[in-house]
Design a protein around this ligand. Structure first.
Ligand SMILES: Nc1ncnc2c1ncn2[C@@H]1O[C@H](COP(=O)(O)OP(=O)(O)OP(=O)(O)O)[C@@H](O)[C@H]1O
Length: 327
């Protein structure tokens, strides 16, 4: 649905330049929620702004719903942009317009008639739960309500793609959760594809199907969450699903077991302790339900050296479990 092909963007002049995006390629499937994370300055804002060409890349192609936005004229681009809604950290509402007026604004550019604009605005305000605030002004709303207006405005022209630029970063945790629930609901009800950028791992964990890690303008890792959590050595997985491990005792063996699919609900640790007569300590664990199936990792401490525990480790591996000797 959204494809970036070798997109690069450099800011600056001949004295100093910054490669905000460096040969970035990315595919977001139709109907999925895709999160891009990275530290401040990694290029997240630049990336999301290239998707609707608010930022025109220096090189590469941006394809949305089969249309290469980098190769079309301004008239076609205006039409294509109507199919890409966007929400922002600071909502960007017009304070002089009512809630309904803000939503209708998005429909004025589409050429919809006044009566149709009103009908559509009321329909979408109902969807985001703000029917009773239609006549209110942004200054009379809470942060969460303002973001609901932002979402209603973004959805007004019936887009196929929603871009979210740190949309919950200015909200408290409870409001964040309700806004993320709303995004998930509209993703499912309307089949909308969502690309979001965030510095909050919890946002990705809560609603994303897939994620990518951006570092100094480059995508260093990406994939579906359910794969990432069980990918050995994944930095995204370590950030998204930290093991919270405590230090082991010297001379003992530390192993990381990755669970996914059916292995997540087997009594693996109890069996290991029983079969091999081991005093197993759990140093850390993360088990999550992603997309309806369980996946996770457990860090265990086994008494004695890796050589002494070779049979136990081989036994775990023979059960189809991924086992890494961490120390
Ligand atoms: N208009 C601009 N002019 C010059 N440099 C820019 C411009 N926009 C972004 N940059 C630079 O490009 C790099 C990437 O910036 P970008 O805002 O995309 O990162 P980010 O990951 O969104 O950061 P943050 O989370 O702090 O918003 C930074 O080094 C930034 O200073």
């Amino acid at each position: 649905m959204i494809s970036l092909h070798s997109v690069s963007k450099t800011f600056g002049d001949h004295t100093r330049s910054v490669a905000a995006l460096d040969d970035v390629s990315l595919d977001v499937a139709r109907g999925e929620i895709f999160g891009v994370v990275g530290q401040s300055g990694a290029g997240k804002s630049t990336l999301i702004r290239t998707v609707n060409l608010l930022e025109r890349p220096d090189a590469g192609a941006v394809v949305v719903d089969g249309v290469d936005l980098t190769s079309i004229g301004s008239g076609q681009l205006r039409l294509a942009r109507q199919k890409i809604g966007m929400i922002f950290q600071h909502f960007n509402l017009l304070s002089s317009r009512t809630v309904r007026g803000n939503v209708e604004l998005a429909l004025e550019v589409t050429g919809a008639e006044r009566r149709e604009r009103r009908r559509r605005a009321d329909e979408i305000l109902d969807l985001v739960g703000l029917t009773d605030k239609a006549e209110a002004y942004p200054g009379q709303l809470s942060g969460g309500q303002k973001q609901r207006v932002g979402i209603a405005r973004a959805l007004a022209a019936e887009p196929t793609v929603l871009l979210s630029d740190e949309a919950t970063s200015a909200l408290d945790p409870e409001t964040t959760r309700s806004i993320l629930e709303l995004v998930r609901t509209i993703n499912q009800q309307l089949g909308l594809t969502v690309l979001l950028i965030t510095h909050e791992m919890d946002v990705v964990k809560t609603i994303c199907d897939s994620a990518a890690l951006l570092e100094s303008g480059r995508i260093v890792e990406h994939g579906p969450l359910v794969e990432l959590i069980s990918r050995p050595g994944s930095r995204l997985a370590a950030d998204l699903f930290p093991l919270g491990a405590v230090p082991p005792h010297a001379g003992n063996t530390v192993i990381d077991i990755t669970f996914s699919g059916g292995s997540a609900d087997r009594p693996v640790i109890a069996q290991l302790a029983r079969t091999h007569g081991l005093d197993v300590s759990i140093l850390g664990a993360v088990i999550e339900t992603i997309g309806g199936s369980q996946a996770g990792r457990t860090r265990l401490e086994l008494p004695g050296s890796a050589a002494a525990n070779a049979a136990a480790i081989a036994d775990l591996r023979s059960q189809g479990l991924l086992v890494e000797v961490a120390a």
